[in-house]
Design a protein around this ligand. Structure first.
Ligand code: FES
Length: 144
């Protein structure tokens, strides 16, 4: 393992142990839940919008899952705050994977993007933003 990989691993572990944005939001403007059927792990996402309704003011998540799913969702909450709804609805998963920084197996990939998928569904439900085509191949993730 390179020093670089080691650094990424430490960052992931830190997000897992001290998740940012962890919790439940009362009166969220948008909300969705999703499950990774491979393991049964679940993530719920809560979003509040800014006064203009176009910006993500705050994001919280709850649920349980492996280190990758929890750390990735924690990183996600930091990435999306203050950004526009449309921008996040279109956010390619690669941007999150880049933030995670280490290569992931296909199984781990599903863990990593669980939170992002749930967030996109929450925005879709609240704002009608389209679910991107790349999400079409991921219907194994049960998003509601
Ligand atoms: Fe369940 Fe990763 S093993 S989300």
């Amino acid at each position: 393992m390179t020093e670089f990989d080691q650094l990424y691993r430490e960052v992931i572990l830190d997000h897992y142990k001290n998740p940012r944005g962890h919790g439940v939001m009362e009166h969220a403007d948008a909300q969705a839940e999703g499950q990774n059927p491979f393991c049964g792990d679940e993530v719920s996402i809560y979003v509040s919008f800014g006064d203009d309704g176009d910006r993500i003011e705050d994001v919280k998540f709850s649920g349980r899952g492996c280190a990758i799913s929890q750390a990735a969702t924690s990183m996600l909450t930091e990435m999306v705050k203050g950004r526009s709804v449309v921008e996040i609805a279109e956010l390619p998963k690669e941007e999150l994977l880049e933030e995670i920084g280490i290569p992931l197996t296909p199984i781990r990939l599903k863990c990593a993007i669980l939170g992002l998928g749930v967030l996109k569904v929450a925005l879709h439900k609240a704002k009608g933003t389209p679910l991107p085509e790349e999400w079409a191949g991921l219907d194994e993730l049960q998003l509601t």
